[in-house]
Design a protein around this ligand. Sequence first.
Ligand SMILES: Cc1cc2nc3c(=O)[nH]c(=O)nc-3n(C[C@H](O)[C@H](O)[C@H](O)COP(=O)(O)OP(=O)(O)OC[C@H]3O[C@@H](n4cnc5c(N)ncnc54)[C@H](O)[C@@H]3O)c2cc1C
Length: 407
Amino acid sequence: MDFNDTAELAEFRHRVADFLDANAQRRTDNQLRGMEGEQAFLEGKEWYARKAEAGLACLTWPKEYGGAGLTPLHEVIWAQEAENYLTRDAQFVIGIGNCGPAIMHFATEETKRELLPRMASAEDVWCQLFSEPCAGSDVAGLRTRAERRGDEWLVNGQKIWTSGAQYSDYGVVLTRTDPTVSKYRGLTLFMIDMRQQGVEVRPIKQMDGGQHFAEVFFNDAVIPDSYRLGDVGGGWTGALTVLMSERLAISGVQPTGFPQFLDLVKSLELNGRPIAEDPLVRERLATWYSRYAGLQAANKRMITAVAKGGIAGAEASLGKLVGAVMNQEIANFACQLFGQAGIIQDQELSPEQAHFQKTVLFSPGVRLAGGTDEVMRNILAEQVLGLPQEPRADKGMAFQDIPTGPG
Ligand SMILES: Cc1cc2nc3c(=O)[nH]c(=O)nc-3n(C[C@H](O)[C@H](O)[C@H](O)COP(=O)(O)OP(=O)(O)OC[C@H]3O[C@@H](n4cnc5c(N)ncnc54)[C@H](O)[C@@H]3O)c2cc1C
């Protein structure tokens, strides 16, 4: 595939660059991190509304649902240009990247026209309610129940690690509606109003000081049947749509830490000499550069597939696995280079505004979110290398008969 822009794409790239110049801050050495918490969330909403107004939000979505009606290649151009700026796109990646496609695929026309434009302009924020205390990698083992009451469903149970739940207006929730069939067949997917009675959100404090995600408790929360996404018992198909979209969405914003590390190597001195002269630093730089370049090549292969109407294949899992590991390794190494300053979290006092210190604390989570390293390896083993499936002891067994511990 020719990766040079066509005339039309070059014009679009100019439009994106102009918008970013006028509306976002350039990512510079002394501005690696932005603000966090509620203030960041509110700024993010403003930023996304401006994007939508300029016709640059949800580029591939149809115009009638608040999108720009453009192609995946336009999306790629946006990502390439936005990489050089501090934007708040990642804040909405779960709603727009994961929940949006499921709604597009399964919701009624009326619901799509009502909810999607508000999602596209970030007027409504969405979260993804899949994981539970006993169901993460094995998400089909979840226990949150939805029981039918006429035209409504009553939901009871608990979710955990729900990113942005405390800021969300709606969520996409996976529930168990029939425990008498196998775990994959008894699930149903819904949209849920997060602001209603019976939905309690308890933010979780992380070791880096942030509150990225939350526990969510449902106590007789009500969902109208019109908010069902797909068939009763067909939730796993809907969940796969969300999870596949998530892999693609994550691969677009997956941090590797390499550009920041390169900047650091160019700028930092140790004992009066540039660290770029240190043989160990040079060796690491070369190793990480080769992985980074490999990821970019895999990414281009994915772009080619998507541009031809295909879907993101195993390259998305590869990018997630390699990028997340590298992100953690780089942050750990950078903090070792800083010596004693490597443990100082204060943005005012630390080199690079404590970017690497904070990454050390958040990067383990990046290796879990959206599928752990081991799960990515299983996907690559089974789907790329064609190795046998791992043993599944509960195959074909009714969910209610699967042996479990207490709780
Ligand atoms: C920052 C962050 C954001 C998140 N956001 C969301 C969100 O918005 N919505 C949501 O629903 N969830 C979210 N999650 C949850 C995330 O999807 C789960 O943490 C993840 O799927 C792993 O599940 P678990 O934590 O239950 O670990 P477990 O599944 O219990 O895994 C424990 C360990 O066992 C390993 N393991 C499990 N199964 C296998 C296997 N078959 N083969 C080999 N090893 C295995 C895992 O790799 C891991 O090391 C988020 C998590 C994080 C860290």
